[in-house]
Design a protein around this ligand. Structure first.
Ligand code: CO
Length: 509
C-alpha cells in the first residue's frame, strides 16, 4: 500500500495560479479532505507564506491554525527551504528554531526540509528543530542530473540526512524530468541502503510524472505526491484520482475512495474556475523539451521576460546553451529557488554582454564565496579566482556567520505593532517591507478580502491580453530560420548522454 500526499492546498495552486488560492476557498473542502485518508496534506510553506502577506494580505499563521482546526486527523505538511525557511536568504539559527517550533505548535505535522545545493549543513538545524518539536522530519534530496549526481552520491546524502535525524526521505524532482527507471533505482537504493521511508515528489512538466510515480511505487516508495485533478498536470503534480485508479487492485493500492475524490475534485473545479484569469495555459501544457534543456518551467518564463525586457528574445537559444556551462562552472547546483535564478541571470548576462563573466552578479559572487553553502562539485578555478582574488571561501555553515536576529526583529516590529508576538516578528524578519505594507493596509481598514480582490484584478490585468510569446514556437535566430529550441537542445542532450554513460560506467549498470 502506498500513501498519497495531497498537494492541492500548496504546490498545486503554487504551480498553476501563482499561489493565489485564498484560505476561504480551502476551508469549505477541508473537512472532506481530512476524511479521505491521505498520508498527509501539503498545505503550507513554499511560496504560500510570502504570497499570503504580499498579495492576499492574509496572516499565514491564521491560515495554518484555521486549516488544522478543521483537519485534525490528517498530518499537515509544509515545505521548508532549510536555513532559508520560507524566504530567500539564510536566517540565523534562532529564527529557524523559533519558526519550526511555532509552525509545529500551530499544526504542521510533517516538515519537508530541502536545500537548493543539497548541502546537509543547511538542513541540519531545521531537521534538529523539527525533531525537537515532535513533528516528522523529512530530509530532502533534490533530484538533478550531472556528472556528480550519481546514485552513490544520492545514497550518501540520504545517509547524512538520516544521521542528522531525518525520520523520512523525500526525492524531490522539482523540474519534473526524473525518468521512471532511474527514479525506481534511486528509491530502491535509498530504501535498501538508508532504511528510511521514502516519499517522491514530481512535477508533470515533461509528462513523465505519472510513469515515474508508478515506477517508484513499485520500487518501494512509502508515499507519492499528487494533486486533485483540477489543480494537476503541467507545472503541477500528477492527478490524485489517476494515480489512485492506476494502483487500484495492485499490492500498492492507495485504499482511497475514488468517488469521494471525484466529489472533492468537483469542488476544486469551481475554485479553479474562479482563479482562471491567473492561469497561464502554458503552465498546463506538457513540455518534453525540458528533457533536453533541463530548464524548469518557472525559470524559463523568467528568462523569457528578462530577454524581452532587453529586446533580445532572439538570443534565447544562446542562453539555453549557456545555462549548462554556467551550471558546470558553479559546481552543478540543482536548479531550484534560488539557484535557478542565480544561474539563469548570469547566463543571460554572459550572453548579452558578449563575454563570459565580464559582469558577475552579486549573487554569483556570494555563491562563489560560499554564502549559499558547499556546491555539489568544485567551482571552476578561473571563476573562483576572478571573484575571490586568492581568498578562501567560507568554511563550515553559512549560518555560522549570522548573529541571532529574532530579539532584534521583535523590538523593531513592536515599534509599529506594539502587541506583536513571535509570529509577527518572524513575518517581519522574513519580509520586512512586505510585512510593513501588510500592516499598514490592515490599519487603513482594508480587509484581506478587498485586497485579495484587488490583487487578483491587478495580476489578471497584467496577464491579459497575454502578450508573451509561446516558448515552444520556433524563433528566428541570427542565422535565420533555425529552430533555436532544437539547436539549443542538441548539445545539452549529448552532454546528458555523456553524463548518463559516465554514471553507468561508474556504477556498473
Ligand atoms: Co514542487
Amino acid at each position: 500500500m502506498v500513501g498519497i500526499t495531497e498537494t492541492v492546498l500548496r504546490d498545486g495552486h503554487q504551480s498553476l495560479i501563482a499561489t493565489r488560492m485564498r484560505t476561504k476557498h480551502m476551508l469549505p473542502a477541508a473537512e472532506r479532505l481530512d476524511q479521505i485518508g491521505y498520508h498527509s496534506i501539503e498545505a503550507w510553506g513554499g511560496a504560500t507564506y510570502d504570497v499570503c502577506l504580499r498579495f492576499l494580505r492574509e496572516d499565514p499563521w491564521e491560515r495554518l491554525r484555521a486549516l488544522k482546526r478543521v483537519m485534525p486527523n490528517t498530518p499537515l505538511q509544509m515545505l521548508l527551504r532549510g536555513q532559508n525557511l520560507v524566504g530567500y536568504r539564510h536566517y540565523a539559527d534562532d529564527m529557524v528554531e523559533a519558526f519550526v517550533a511555532k509552525a509545529a505548535r500551530d499544526g504542521i505535522g510533517v516538515f519537508r526540509v530541502f536545500d537548493a545545493l543539497n548541502d546537509p549543513k543547511n538542513m541540519e538545524v531545521a531537521l534538529k528543530a523539527v525533531r525537537k518539536s515532535g513533528a516528522v522530519a523529512q530530509g530532502t534530496i533534490c533530484y538533478t542530473q550531472s556528472p556528480v549526481h550519481t546514485l552513490p552520491a544520492f545514497v550518501e546524502l540520504g545517509r547524512q540526512l538520516a544521521a542528522m535525524g531525518a525520520d523520512e526521505l523525500c526525492v524531490k524532482d522539482m523540474a519534473g524530468f526524473m525518468p521512471p527507471r532511474e527514479g525506481g533505482e534511486l528509491v530502491r537504493a535509498l530504501v535498501k541502503e538508508v532504511g528510511l521511508p521514502v516519499t517522491v515528489h514530481t512535477h508533470s512538466s515533461s509528462g513523465l510524472s505519472t510513469l515515474t510515480c508508478l515506477a517508484v511505487t513499485a520500487a518501494g516508495a512509502t508515499a507519492i505526491d499528487s494533486a486533485l485533478s483540477p489543480f494537476a498536470g503541467g507545472a503541477s503534480q500528477p492527478p490524485t484520482e489517476t494515480l489512485v485508479g492506476a494502483l487500484e487492485g495492485t499490492p500498492d493500492a492507495t485504499g482511497l475512495d475514488i468517488e469521494a475524490l471525484a466529489e472533492l475534485a468537483e469542488y476544486f473545479r469551481g475554485v479553479m474556475e474562479h482563479y482562471k484569469p491567473l492561469l497561464d495555459t502554458r503552465s498546463l501544457q506538457t513540455d518534453p523539451t525540458i528533457l533536453i534543456h533541463q530548464v524548469p518551467g518557472g525559470m524559463l518564463s523568467n528568462l523569457l521576460s528578462q530577454l524581452k525586457d532587453q529586446d533580445s528574445l532572439q538570443r534565447l537559444g544562446e542562453v539555453l546553451e549557456e545555462i549548462p556551462r554556467v551550471r558546470a562552472d558553479l559546481g552543478y547546483p540543482p536548479l531550484v529557488t534560488p539557484t535557478s535564478q542565480i544561474v539563469g541571470i548570469q547566463s543571460v548576462i554572459n550572453v548579452l554582454t558578449g563575454g563570459r563573466y565580464r559582469q558577475i552578479t552579486r549573487e554569483v559572487q556570494d555563491y562563489v564565496k560560499g554564502m549559499y553553502g558547499t556546491p555539489p562539485a568544485p567551482i571552476d578555478a578561473e571563476l573562483r579566482e576572478k571573484v575571490l582574488h586568492g581568498a578562501s571561501p567560507i568554511q563550515g555553515r553559512p549560518a555560522d556567520q549570522l548573529a541571532p536576529e529574532l530579539t532584534k526583529a521583535l523590538q523593531e516590529v513592536r515599534s509599529f505593532v506594539p502587541a506583536a508576538d513571535t509570529a509577527e516578528a518572524l513575518s517581519y524578519a522574513l519580509f520586512p517591507a512586505v510585512f510593513k505594507s501588510y500592516r499598514a493596509a490592515l490599519d487603513r481598514g482594508l480587509t484581506p478580502e478587498h485586497l485579495t480582490a484587488a490583487a487578483v484584478g491587478i495580476v489578471a490585468a497584467m496577464r491579459t491580453p497575454a502578450p508573451a510569446p509561446a516558448p515552444i514556437a520556433p524563433l528566428p535566430s541570427a542565422g535565420g530560420g533555425v529552430n533555436v529550441w532544437a539547436h539549443a537542445g542538441r548539445s545539452s542532450l549529448s552532454q546528458n548522454r555523456r553524463w548518463v554513460d559516465a554514471h553507468r560506467a561508474r556504477t556498473g549498470r
